[in-house]
Design a protein around this ligand. Structure first.
Ligand SMILES: Nc1nc2c(ncn2[C@@H]2O[C@H](COP(=O)(O)OP(=O)(O)O)[C@@H](O)[C@H]2O)c(=O)[nH]1
Ligand SMILES: [Mg+2]
Ligand SMILES: [Zn+2]
Length: 300
């Protein structure tokens, strides 16, 4: 029985004179808008070439459900509203999608739906950003990765090659950590962050006595549950995420700690049919969204 799907393969020679994806290195047709392998925006390659500068990639990593999608959506929205004297130019409608999904859900008092696991369905946001005070332009490529793909890659490196090449090409990394969980005494966020950091460390294959210089912002998410994070993020990490703290101290030369929250107050709603409880963001109140990004921009 026929399945009804036809698979068309394109000979690689077709792409001989094409463009090479910045993230995964795959050859693509000149006219393509997105990489056929990893879905990264190819406008990045074209624009970077035209402006004769290397694109600067900032990646956002963290466990599934830590708040990556929400964080990235609000960050992009703040940038496009010129927060912090930044000017942001989205490249392609696709880049605006993520922002729109987050903003429109939150306006309806819902958290956005989960990010799909396959790389070709991640949202790749590409913005050109100008910091007006310093007249510094950066190309920001920020994929909204599924936490499960990250976890799979960290557990078995090279499962998702795109993650590996993305992280190794990143000029800066924002690592999100679930502060609410850590404050509740769970060791889980500490271990996940530890794995992530040791993965990045191994990837750089730096000499034993050389520390990694890539700016790394560690962001304590959902800090509305533990507001003390805002006063002393560093102290919070040292006390509640001590394994992470120790590894970053010994291996990372350029690391900073931040706290972040996007909701003012939460309600909880239980489904009438199955009793499943979902958090309802009653109103949006952004705290600490721009700061980690601003710090990264100062470093790169
Ligand atoms: N209290 C609180 N919860 C948050 C915040 N940001 C995200 N969440 C919760 O975390 C869940 C997962 O967020 P999401 O961005 O989809 O996580 P991702 O899997 O890392 O992309 C949301 O559905 C919310 O329940 C925050 O700032 N405060
Ligand atoms: Mg997500
Ligand atoms: Zn690619």
């Amino acid at each position: 029985m026929s399945t009804g799907t036809t698979v068309t393969t394109t000979p690689s020679s077709t792409f001989g004179a094409g463009v090479e994806c910045f993230v995964c290195g795959a050859a693509n047709a000149v006219s393509a808008l997105q990489c056929r392998e990893c879905s990264a925006s190819l406008a990045l390659v074209h624009d970077a070439k035209a402006q004769e500068r290397e694109p600067k990639v900032v990646s956002i990593v963290g466990e599934s459900n830590v708040g990556k999608t929400v964080y990235l959506g609000f960050l992009l929205d703040m940038l496009s509203q010129r927060a912090g004297d930044f000017e942001a130019i989205p490249k392609g409608a696709y880049s605006i999608d993520l922002q729109q999904v987050v903003i429109s859900h939150m306006a309806r008092r819902q958290f956005p739906p989960k990010t799909p696991m396959e790389a070709d369905r991640w949202y790749w946001a590409y913005y050109q950003i100008l910091q007006k005070a310093t007249n510094k332009w950066v190309d920001l490529v920020m994929p909204d990765m599924a936490g499960e793909s990250l976890a799979a890659e960290v557990a078995t490196p090279k499962t998702f090659r795109v993650i590996n090449s993305l992280l190794s090409k990143s000029a800066g990394t924002i690592l999100l950590v679930d502060a609410a969980m850590a404050a509740n005494g769970s060791a889980h966020p500490d271990f996940f962050a530890l794995k992530m950091i040791s993965y990045i460390d191994a990837m750089h294959r730096a000499k034993r006595d050389e520390r990694i210089t890539t700016p790394t912002a560690i962001v304590l998410c959902k800090a509305d549950h533990c507001p003390e994070c805002f006063d002393h993020p560093r102290r919070f990490v040292q006390a509640n995420l001590n394994r992470l703290w120790n590894l970053t101290e010994s291996r990372f030369a350029n690391v900073e700690f931040f706290a972040c929250s996007v909701v003012g107050s939460l309600g909880y709603a239980a489904s009438e049919t199955d009793g499943y409880v979902t958090p309802v963001p009653l109103h949006t109140a952004l705290r600490g969204v721009l700061e980690p990004f601003q710090w990264i921009i100062e470093q790169v």
